[in-house]
Design a protein around this ligand. Structure first.
Ligand SMILES: *[C@@H]1O[C@H](CO)[C@@H](O)[C@H](O)[C@H]1NC(C)=O
Length: 343
């Protein structure tokens, strides 16, 4: 064995090391991730619209119970928010503050000064303190808008039913329908005011598919027929019908409404479920269905950015949903997937 026959080893080691160095050098530079220590480079980004608020917060009213049939809590004071509604609001670019239905009214009123819009969720409770709290919040929302503070409200499923009961000032307004656990299309009424509705920024292809493909989830036993709404003076002067649907017995019900004079939208269907609900195999999860969730969330937050409420940052932080930890409530194979519980 001659010395020369081993020379290839150091040569190979050198070549490998060189190649690796080249590969490393070709990676994009990742500076130490501490934004505060980065040099401030001159930027030329346009100033955002000063009329809009870019730190919007959505208040979500809690619903009585634990959202898991007693598996999480039997406390009579317990209330919950399905995490799907929180994620829905967050996905539109907002943070969330829970409006706990049975907390002292003074707290609730303070929290309403920290948020830029409100969601009434789905559920089943429609009486007592819960109804009263929803009524008070709704009244405040109208007051804010009347005073020039643009302030959106989404009433989803039960939330829409509550709005109808509150506006009618008589809870006996709803009719029974068979639309439990089913996906459906949305039928736009003739001359529907799409431009001023939640559908205003839906791309034409998706708007069209809404009426042909089952892209929305229904889960309700009550609702309003278009006749009932139109023949009710209080409801028809407040709401304009945008879409209807048919139930299992071919009975037509109102599925989306917009307020004529306020940024209030009512949904009999569940925009939050497509992207964030998994407990039923009927929930549509196609890419188009997810887009529906996203456009509906975007609309809520785009409306909330118009609100003139500009709370103190620390007060917002103290009340954010980030102060609570959600629980996997659907582990038993039923109930909501994930809930925020307030006891
Ligand atoms: C609530 O009550 C039910 C029925 O008594 C019981 O099975 C369940 O374990 C209770 N839940 C909790 C969280 O204690």
């Amino acid at each position: 064995m001659s010395f020369w026959s081993f020379l290839w080893i150091p040569v190979l080691v050198f070549l490998l090391g060189y190649a690796e160095g080249q590969w490393r050098n070709s990676l994009p530079v990742q500076p130490y991730d501490d934004s505060n220590s980065l040099p401030q480079l001159p930027v030329s980004c346009p100033v955002p619209d000063p009329k809009l608020y870019y730190l919007p917060v959505i208040g979500i009213l809690t619903h009585p119970g634990d959202g898991a049939s007693g598996r999480l809590s039997n406390a009579t004071t317990a209330s919950f928010i399905p995490a799907s509604y929180v994620k829905f609001a967050e996905s539109g670019g907002a943070r969330v503050i829970p409006l706990i239905y049975n907390e002292p009214e003074e707290n609730l009123l303070k929290k309403l000064e920290l948020v830029n819009g409100v969601i009434f969720t789905g559920g089943w409770a429609n009486a007592g303190l819960y109804y009263e709290t929803a009524r008070k919040i709704f009244t405040k929302v109208l007051e804010k808008n009347d005073a020039g503070n643009y302030f959106p409200l989404y009433g989803i499923c039960l939330g829409f039913e509550l709005l109808s009961m509150i506006i009618n000032k008589d809870i006996n307004i709803l009719e029974e329908f068979s639309a439990s656990n089913q996906a459906s299309t949305l039928q736009f009424i003739d001359n529907a005011n799409i431009e001023e509705s939640v559908f205003q920024r839906f791309p034409p292809d998706l708007l069209k598919k809404l009426s042909t493909d089952c892209l929305v989830m229904q889960n309700h036993r009550y609702g309003l027929s278009p006749e009932r709404l139109l023949n009710n003076q209080k409801l028809s002067s407040f709401f304009e019908i945008v879409t209807t649907c048919v139930d299992e017995n071919d009975k037509v019900y109102v599925s989306t409404v917009r307020s004529r004079n306020y940024p209030v939208t009512g949904f009999q269907w569940h925009p939050e479920k497509n992207a964030f609900g998994w407990r039923s195999s009927r929930i549509p999860h196609t890419e188009d269905a997810i887009r529906v969730t996203q456009y509906v969330a975007n609309f809520l937050v785009s409306e909330a950015r118009k609100s003139t409420t500009r709370p103190l940052a620390q007060e917002v932080l103290d009340n954010l949903i980030y102060n609570y930890i959600p629980t996997h409530g659907g582990k038993a194979g039923r109930g909501y997937d994930e809930v925020y519980l307030f006891t």
